[in-house]
Design a binder for this molecule. Structure first.
Ligand code: G3H
Length: 553
């Protein structure tokens, strides 16, 4: 038996093999939910949580039961909604009326408390979604940095808008106001980061929030609940746990959710939006499916292209919305590209999430290995071969990466998003083939072009920027850095997220204006001098706040 085959067959540990610091000594049963500033005890039915990590015993190997979470009902969902709505109180609540700087102070306090929870959150992330320790730590740190950068961006935005504008005999100050109650639902693959990249800007802008953790990746939010409770006024942050049709359907159908921030499937997003009785009153912030292609041109540096494509398609087992999910390779370089790619897959470490330098780990979604196997078998029926040794081998929740070539148009994986460690490669001779693929695709998030011909890259980029939202040159697709805009065309999303764009998405521009008369200027001056209004006065620190300079003379 080869060493990879050996490793796959014995990939799951005995409990005694798990290093002490990563062991889950006892089940984590989430018994409380946060509503109106209170951690309320749940004594109803619960959902058992299975880890993608299987553990061996002398008689079998099975997915470890790691805990449970509440299966709340419509009645608790409405309590949570009432709490969020009354904290918002039509924009008159304490939180939405607070100055930007006071809200920032609350978020700073939340972030100050996070490092103490890091170890627990990372351990749970490894057990719940099988993310490697390195990637889990990265996700945690990135979340904290995102929150800090959001606060800095808001300070800048607030200072920039503290000027009065005079135009055609009217003076006014333009600011941003909250939208109301925001429902935040993140995905399983970045349960902390993707939830916080909507939750933090929503809060900063003065909205109140209900958040529902993703189906997988629930327990890791537990450590945060106490901090939410003590840092924020009652009702500003609330949680619901359970099945979407029990807790989310009633929330949206009530018509009292003002913003839906959802990262997940387009099918669910459409369903949720359709439930709102007044769809035009619902702002949607959506991150949906993608099928980001790589195009490898003749003349590309193949070592670099392979390195980027391996990372792009297989980091966290390919479970990134931005992952490269199909690779078009010019037929002149396809042979060499595939050899190098297969070689690199062979070097990837496979194992349990806490193992050093591990890349390929067990998959958390139920029946995912069956789904990926079906995709591979279907592609093979359509003429593809599995190029790498042991590609597609399965051991329970573990799936060894499969490199498929040549994948043809009829195969399901040509269009379907695999969201897992299967890399379909398509040969091309005419650049129109990958370009038409992108034009005809339902998705429009990103593309990666690998090549060295500046003219060719330029003309491709010019065409592709009108198809997708980011064109990467000799680099894999990715969302970061977080100050870059992250968006999707077609079925890949709605709204642009980035540190500063998100602040705009969760707010609306408002203006206080008046005829440019001496009397009105005197009123404005007095309001600003005594900081009588949070919108008009701005929280901008005094040194930036030159009252006279901001008022038209
Ligand atoms: O799943 C989508 C994540 O936001 C990916 O972020 O591309 O920067 O790793 P990333």
């Amino acid at each position: 038996m080869s060493s990879i085959q050996n490793k796959i067959s014995s990939i799951f540990p005995f409990e005694r093999d798990i290093p002490e610091e990563f062991r889950l000594r006892q089940q984590v049963n989430q018994k409380e939910y946060l509503v109106n500033g209170e951690l309320r005890l749940w004594d109803g039915p619960v959902q058992e949580v299975l880890s993608p990590v299987c553990v061996r015993s002398s008689s079998d190997v099975s997915q470890k039961v790691i805990g449970s979470y509440p299966l709340m009902t419509e009645s608790e969902a409405f309590q949570v909604l009432d709490a969020a709505a009354s904290a918002y109180n039509h924009g008159r609540g304490h939180w939405p009326s607070m100055s930007v700087y006071d809200r920032i102070a609350h978020i700073e306090e939340l972030i100050r408390r996070m490092p103490a929870m890091k170890k627990d959150i990372i351990r749970l992330m490894m057990w719940e979604i099988g993310k490697s320790r390195r990637e889990s730590e990265r996700e945690f740190d990135r979340t904290v940095v995102y929150a800090k950068n959001s606060m800095a961006a808001l300070r800048g935005m607030d200072c920039a808008s503290s000027k009065f504008i005079a135009e055609q005999g009217i003076i006014g100050r333009i600011g941003r106001a909250p939208l109301g109650v925001v429902l935040c639902m993140g995905p399983f693959n970045f349960p902390l980061y993707e939830t916080f990249t909507t939750l933090i800007p929503a809060l900063l802008m003065g909205n109140t929030v209900i958040f529902k953790p993703p189906k997988l990746g629930v327990l890791l939010h537990g450590p945060m609940l106490g901090a939410f409770r003590s840092v924020f006024p009652p009702g500003v942050v609330n949680t619901v746990f359970g099945n979407g049709n029990q807790v989310i359907t009633p929330l949206i159908s009530s018509g009292r959710i003002d913003v839906l921030a959802f990262i997940g499937s387009g099918r669910v997003a459409d369903l949720l939006k359709s439930m709102h009785p007044k769809p035009h009153r619902l702002r949607s912030v959506l991150g949906l499916e993608a099928k980001n292609p790589a195009i490898v041109l003749p003349g590309a540096d193949l070592d670099l292209a392979v390195k980027e494509c391996v990372a792009g398609s297989l980091s966290y087992n390919g479970q990134r919305c931005t992952a490269l999910k199909i690779v078009f390779v010019h037929s002149r370089v396809a042979g060499c590209f595939l050899d190098k790619f297969a070689d690199e897959i062979g070097k990837l470490r496979i194992g349990m999430p806490w193992e050093k330098d591990v890349t390929i780990t067990p998959l958390p979604e139920p029946r995912k290995t069956e789904f990926l196997t079906e995709l591979v078998e279907d592609a093979v029926r359509y003429g593809a071969r599995i190029i790498n040794a042991r590609g597609g081998k399965v051991n329970r929740t573990f799936f060894y990466p499969a490199l498929l070539y040549p994948v043809s148009t009829g195969a399901r994986i040509y269009e379907e998003e695999q969201f897992g460690p299967v890399v379909p490669v398509v040969p091309f001779d005419d650049i129109e083939d990958p370009v038409s693929y992108i034009i005809e695709s339902s998705y429009g998030q990103q593309v990666s072009i690998f090549g060295n011909d500046a003219g060719m890259i330029a003309s491709l980029a010019d065409v592709l920027v009108n198809q997708v939202c980011r064109v990467n040159i000799n680099s894999m697709c990715q969302r970061g850095p977080d100050i870059f805009p992250f968006a999707g065309r077609k079925d890949s999303g709605e709204g642009t997220l980035s540190v500063s764009d998100a602040l705009r998405l969760f707010s609306i521009r408002t203006i206080v204006a008046a005829r440019d008369s001496g009397a009105n200027k005197a009123i404005f001056s007095e309001i600003m001098k005594d900081r009588k209004s949070s919108l008009l006065s701005s929280g901008c620190p005094r040194e930036f706040f030159k009252l006279e300079g901001h008022l038209p003379g």
